[in-house]
Ligand binder design. Structure first.
Ligand SMILES: C[S@@+](CC[C@H](N)C(=O)[O-])C[C@H]1O[C@@H](n2cnc3c(N)ncnc32)[C@H](O)[C@@H]1O
Length: 295
């Protein structure tokens, strides 16, 4: 059994939970999810994982029950709330009862002792998140200036119920670039030359291969894809003008099979009837992510 720790910022609790569930995990406590296998590198919000070796009713019992070859030297860690740290007392206890050589720096393995529910204690081998998609995207995030974080963009791609992914309003390109890093077939465009320049620069910095042309999203240009987009926000929220994000979505509905898009909450009541929504996820700034298929 593998335990996966969720790492999310305030405001992103719903999308991070939805992403972990969409990747096949089961939630056990606020931070911990479980599964049989898990690829940490593709997830936006998974922080680290632990392969469970033993359990007990106390940390000491979990360590005593630890029956496995331990790559040595090894480091003992504990988890306090969300903070992981080396534990001198667990290290002393483990060295006495499990043997091997303890070392804090550059260990060959790390054993984490934690309790997901304040009742059961678990001890297991820890795996750090390495060479992940999010790490790669951090190379470009300081260049991006808009409402979406790279974590949320990757989570949207992981939540998308179909392929190819199409984002007709790519802005700086976080969604299509995350999608390409997930090796999904991807199409994208925007109608703002400044944004297109940034998206192409970001694409080149990541060494990815995709055309990012100028196109007006109000005239759909791809059939049968999965629409994944962070639509432009309407500036005048109090006016009676049509909502631009809703207009863009409606324009694409006849041309797509499925969708995972961010909309302002206020347009939810005006959605057309020819779509089937399978999930609604609260998002930041009074927005909601809707996921579903076209009837
Ligand atoms: C909220 S931003 C998207 C941000 C993006 N997710 C990113 O990673 O930077 C919305 C984008 O929609 C684009 N847009 C607005 N109206 C459009 C239209 N009619 N056709 C294509 N793109 C449009 C804007 O230029 C802007 O880049």
């Amino acid at each position: 059994m593998i335990w996966i720790h969720r790492n999310y910022k305030r405001g992103f609790d719903h999308i991070s939970k939805a992403e972990m569930l969409a990747l096949g995990l089961e939630q056990v406590s606020e931070r911990f999810f479980t599964g049989q296998t898990f690829d940490l590198s593709i997830s936006a919000y998974a922080g680290f994982s632990v392969e469970e070796i033993s359990r007990g009713t106390s940390p000491e019992e979990a360590i005593l029950n630890f029956k496995a070859d331990i790559p040595s030297p090894y480091r003992m860690e504990k988890l306090t709330k969300t903070r992981r740290a080396g534990s001198f007392s667990y290290a002393m206890f483990a060295e006495k009862h499990l043997g091997g050589e303890i070392r804090a720096a550059d260990p060959a393995s790390i054993i984490l002792v934690f309790t997901p529910d304040q009742t059961t204690w678990i001890a297991g081998f820890l795996t750090e998140k390495e060479e992940s998609i999010i790490e790669k995207m951090e190379e470009i995030t300081e260049r991006t200036c808009v409402s979406l974080s790279s974590q949320a963009a990757l989570a949207l791609v992981n939540l998308a119920p179909g392929e190819p992914i199409v984002d007709p309003c790519c802005g700086t390109g976080l969604i299509p670039l995350a999608s390409l890093l997930r090796k999904k077939k991807t199409f994208t465009a925007d109608n703002n030359y400044k944004m297109l320049r940034m998206a192409r620069l970001n694409r080149d910095l990541l060494g990815l291969d995709i055309e990012i042309p100028y196109k007006n999203a109000l005239e759909p240009w791809l059939e049968n894809g999965c629409l994944v987009s962070d639509f432009p926000a309407d500036r005048s929220w109090n006016s009676n003008r049509k909502d631009i994000s809703l207009e863009l979505f409606k324009a694409w509905i006849p041309h797509i099979k499925s969708f995972c898009i961010i909309l302002p909450c206020r347009v939810l009541e005006s959605l057309p009837g020819n779509i089937k929504i399978t999930d609604k996820i609260n998002f930041t700034a009074d927005r909601v992510i809707i996921i579903g298929t076209v009837k």
